[in-house]
Ligand binder design. Structure first.
Ligand code: PBG
Length: 342
């Protein structure tokens, strides 16, 4: 029997120790923690993380959100304190959601200069505006009594172009209150162009737009609707948010938004749409953000509370996966906690 035959497995592959056995052994670089650290392709940094925060008008004390353990609806003061802590931990940005005391059909409080988010934006801009990026979500669903992301036609459909007028006014109110970045999340056609024009027209051409370009009609937003008190009072959002079945359409949305002037684009939710994040990251030359939404947070917290998963490792793994898929920026309710650990 020749040496060559003795060194081969029945399938014909060389055996360990025999000539021709693979010299490249990926396990060499996995052997120790220091080697693994050196060869990690993806790193998490506080500079990539943005913390979504809720502030509700007229609260005396923060209100815990049952389905999002650890997340609260803030008072004006508790928001300031929590934002300070997040900035101390190193988060790159905060994004504000407001819940007004009074809602109506057109979402009047959304662009009221004395509205809850405008007040909070002025506070945070003064407190932490030099140390982090202060952003605001730009939508109507928290402000409308019907809970939809736009104003309605008499027939009860969301009126795209009438809503754009409202979005323009909200953008200007938020910018006047100090928002450095506005993040339209309503999925109206033409919203980025309308907001860009409104901002420029009011002298806010330096305010950036982070466009929620790819926002799916997702069941993962369930806990958020408790947090932001914005569940639609009839129907759902499927006539404006994207069908979870669609990936090519995500590119169309992103390219339209960039053509309209989006400075950065966002995919939401994150974990079930990592293929979409990757496609977009491979296609566009603006920063790509991904939003790890309330339901993603709630699932991990619920399983961890039962001792079914290792909470911190799972959190780190989810965030690393979102970054590995190509997201430059990650919005996550764990931003401050994770930034502190990094
Ligand atoms: C709408 C908005 C939603 C979220 C962010 N902005 C909810 C929705 O479309 O119903 C969801 C965020 C989350 O689930 O964490 N303004």
């Amino acid at each position: 029997m020749s040496a060559g035959t003795a060194g081969a497995s029945p399938g014909g592959f060389p055996r360990p120790g025999f000539p021709g056995f693979p010299a490249v052994r990926p396990r060499r670089l996995r052997r120790t923690p220091t080697l693994r650290r050196l060869t990690a392709e993806t790193r998490l940094a506080a500079a990539d993380l943005v913390l979504p925060m809720f502030v509700k008008e007229g609260l005396a004390d923060p209100v815990p959100i049952a389905s999002m353990p650890g997340v609260v609806q803030h008072t004006r003061d508790s928001l300031r304190k929590a934002a300070h802590e997040a900035v101390e931990a190193g988060v790159a940005g905060v994004i504000l959601f407001g819940i007004p005391a009074v809602k109506d059909a057109r979402g009047t409080a959304a662009d009221d200069p004395a509205g809850v988010v405008q007040v909070a934006l002025r506070d945070l801009t003064a407190d932490v505006g030099d140390a982090t990026v202060v952003m605001s979500d730009l939508c109507l669903d928290e402000y409308t009594d019907h809970g939809h992301c736009g104003v309605l036609t008499p027939a009860g459909e969301v009126d795209n172009d009438a809503t754009l007028q409202r979005y323009g006014a909200i953008a200007v109110a938020q910018a006047a209150a100090g928002a450095q970045v506005v993040a339209p999340s309503g999925m109206m056609d033409g919203q980025v162009g309308a907001i860009r024009a409104a901002l420029n027209g009011a002298g806010f051409d330096q305010v950036a737009i982070l466009a929620y370009s790819v926002k799916y009609a997702s069941a993962f937003y369930g806990p958020f609707r408790e947090a932001a008190e914005c569940a639609p009072q009839f129907g759902d959002r499927a006539a404006y948010q994207m069908n979870p079945a669609n990936g090519v359409e995500a590119l169309r949305e992103v390219l339209l938004d960039i053509a309209e002037g989006a400075d950065a684009v966002l995919v939401k939710p994150a974990m079930s749409y990592l293929d979409v994040v990757r496609r977009i990251a491979d296609t566009v030359d603006v920063p790509v953000a991904a939003y790890q939404v309330s339901g993603e947070y709630a699932m991990v917290e619920a399983a961890a509370a039962r001792g079914w998963i290792d909470r911190e490792r799972v959190i780190a793994e989810t965030l690393t996966s979102i970054r590995r898929a190509g997201a430059d920026i990650v919005l996550t309710y764990w931003a401050a906690e994770v930034a502190r650990r990094l």
